[in-house]
Design a protein around this ligand. Sequence first.
Ligand code: AMP
Ligand code: MG
Length: 422
Amino acid sequence: MTVTPPPLRNDCFALPQGVSWTPVEEALALLRDRLAPVTGVETLPLAEALGRVLAQEAVARRSNPPQPNSAVDGYGFAGARDAGPHVLPLVAGRAAAGVPYADVVPEGHAIRILTGAALPEGADTVILEEDVRIDGRQVAFHGPLKRGANARAAGEDVMAGEVILPAGRVLTPADLALASATGLAKLAVRKPLRVAVISTGDELVEPGAVAGLGQIYDANRPMLLALMQQFGFQVLDMGRIADHRESLRQALDEAAARADVILTSGGASAGDEDHVSALLRAAGAMQEWRIALKPGRPLALGMWSGTPVFGLPGNPVAALVCTLIFARPAMGLMAGAGWSEPLGFEVPAAFSKNKKPGRREYLRARLRAGQAEVFKSEGSGRISGLSWAEGLVELPDQAAEIRPGDVVYPLCQLWHGVNEPE
Ligand code: AMP
Ligand code: MG
């Protein structure tokens, strides 16, 4: 019997007829609905809290500023001053930051005062030292000056008892400043989400090893481990696993025991060597996620011994897009930080593209001269394009004809701003 090849189909890249593909938004809504925080809580000193997720709202113990103080170096006194010249006798002594003046400034008198000094009783207004003349006993200046000029009111920034940071906040350096200024030394934060990363495929070899014919270096694992670290998660490197069901089962067992989430790449479709999807399906906890997304198919989502598994596609570009669009917001939710989608903004396109309807598309992009440029190839194995890109342009589910200068849908930043040495 002779085997004849099937005729090539014109629509071999078209979406299957009569099969329903889940739109990206629906898939995201489902994840958002079903996932919840899984991480425990601990109390950490401020110096160790950067990047952690705040477990409960932080409340100011102290107002900022705690008492009225001077915003400048100058001379303090009570009340507003009309237009015209003023001459006030100076009291002996001064008020400096951390060294307050203990006495009352009598009505009609002024006191030497430095930036950050608490305003002594009897002073609520400060004139800048550049705007006065002094002879050692008196200070002379011109009005007008409003009451409270150059002074900071107690609590004008934060009042004691106010909520300064909400639960779920990922702590920034400035948040730590705010917590410290308002009298907090420790914060209740969530333990980092533990993410296990597994690469699958017989073809993969470790960076640095000798690669034989048909073998490729594992590109996804270094990328995904680094990405998880950037997100503030605790990474567990579970290594490379061959396309062998028992080995993969063992790796998943170990990962499920040690991590809160498992990220695998490769082996997620329905082929002979697609053991991730096969195992998840056999475990009875696999969702058939046929998401209308490019690049990104296939994506296998399932539970392994109670631990969510994101079975990412093997192609590095698809693996990254699926991580950013699906896994990242989902993991944010599990980490206690809430659902955090990438921040996008609209910009004019520097490219042309005719996009077919039916699925959402993400193009590797970067912003230059205020316009979105896209990588020259859309091939989902092109790792150089991932490295070139600084963001993704999102094209809508429906058809789109894009010409240079048209405003394109959100461009979201991948990891940093412009990264192009001269
Ligand atoms: P798969 O999803 O396993 O069918 O893999 C799809 C494509 O991605 C194949 O060309 C694989 O060789 C490639 N691939 C899978 N895993 C990796 C990886 N960790 N690094 C680089 N390429 C990979
Ligand atoms: Mg494979």
